[in-house]
Write a protein that binds this ligand. Structure first.
Ligand code: 13P
Ligand code: SF4
Length: 334
């Protein structure tokens, strides 16, 4: 029987730590519970492949926000990280948003504490404020418009050339957008611990080994890695390029979870993850995304906990820049 109130041990751990009943098939049970409770399961490309397989929808951060904004489900299960769950809750305040493990944070979002960002914004009153979606709801509350890696360039370009801009929190994405738009946005000094770790040296070695391979790079990577790219783009852009391309080998510099969908959509092609610089492991994984497991999704649906809650006053402010992003993206056909 579902427990209506969370146990102290769950609160302490940040997830439901109940044992999984013996002999059940987790995938089947999750799908059964989702149907019974009218829940939609949304998954980012970086979560474990088994979760991508049982999700109702798998996408990049823009597509996930768009999906949440239009769903008629009663419950949204976010298989991703905390800021994604917050975005869903802000867009759907009347729905239950389940985050199967509250420890699934994002180092990039955490690199931009709301109070410090507010001081930065206050110190530059003549600047408009653009925030990457990888921010907490509290940071979004100090923002004029939110962007994702899919729409950042177009949204920046939608401001008049003379408009002074702040861009936070990702210094790599900000520098990349500055370089392709010719803008001089003031950058917050934040970064993602996964994308910062790609090894330029190992990428160059791989390119020597696979000279015809195309290099796919997420714009959160550091400048020297971005410079070697044949395509710089969001997870969805990298995926679409790889699937449609006439080429058959790709070196992929983003979190290695994306390879699951790349390989599923183009089984005949070869996708090689670019390794991080500080390990012998071939893959570069986001430890936060990998906290979400089938067992935690099952238990969170079963007990309808942990939920994402966003204070009403934060919600009221943060919803505006998120809605602005969705409106502009719709106008742009993104
Ligand atoms: P996308 O917008 O490409 O999905 O990126 C999200 C993310 O967290 C990248 O690290
Ligand atoms: Fe955040 Fe980096 Fe993980 Fe993306 S890969 S969720 S930016 S920590």
């Amino acid at each position: 029987m579902p427990t209506p109130t969370p146990k102290p041990s769950w609160i302490e751990k940040g997830y439901v730590d109940e044992p999984i009943p013996a002999g059940i098939d987790l995938k089947t049970e999750i799908r059964r519970l989702a149907q019974e409770k009218n829940a939609v399961i949304l998954a980012h490309y970086y979560v474990d492949g088994a979760l991508q397989d049982i999700a109702d929808f798998v996408g990049d951060s823009l597509a996930l926000a768009q999906k949440a904004a239009t769903t008629d489900a009663d419950i949204i299960v976010m298989c991703g990280v905390h800021f994604m769950g917050e975005t869903d809750k802000i867009l759907c305040p009347d729905k239950t948003v389940l985050m199967p493990d509250l420890n699934a944070l994002c180092s990039l979002a955490e690199s931009c504490p709301a109070e410090s960002f507010a001081d930065f914004v206050k110190a530059h009153p003549d600047h408009k404020v653009i925030s990457y979606v990888n921010t907490t709801a509290a940071t979004k509350a100090y923002t004029d418009v939110v962007v994702t890696s899919t729409n950042a360039r177009q949204i920046v370009e939608s401001f008049p050339k003379e408009q002074k801009l702040i861009f936070g929190p990702d210094r790599n994405l900000g520098a990349y957008i500055n370089s392709v738009t010719g803008r001089d946005m003031l950058l917050w000094d934040g970064a993602c611990h996964v994308h910062e770790r790609f090894s330029l040296e190992k990428l160059v070695d791989l390119k020597r080994q696979y000279p015809t391979a195309k290099i796919l790079v997420h714009p959160e990577c550091q400048g020297p890695v971005v410079k070697l790219a044949d395509l710089v783009g969001s997870t969805a852009a990298l995926l679409n390029y790889a699937v449609r391309s006439e080429h058959d080998t790709f070196l992929v510099a983003t979190e290695s979870g994306i390879l699951h969908e790349m390989q599923r959509q183009a089984p005949q092609k070869q996708f090689i993850p670019v390794p991080p610089d500080d390990s012998t492991c071939a893959c570069n994984e986001c430890n936060y995304m990998k906290l979400i497991t089938l067992a935690k999704v099952y238990n969170s649906l079963r007990y309808e906990w942990p939920t994402i809650e966003v204070p009403a006053e934060v919600c009221e402010k943060a919803v505006q820049p998120i809605r602005r992003m969705l409106d502009i993206s719709r106008e742009l056909g993104l």
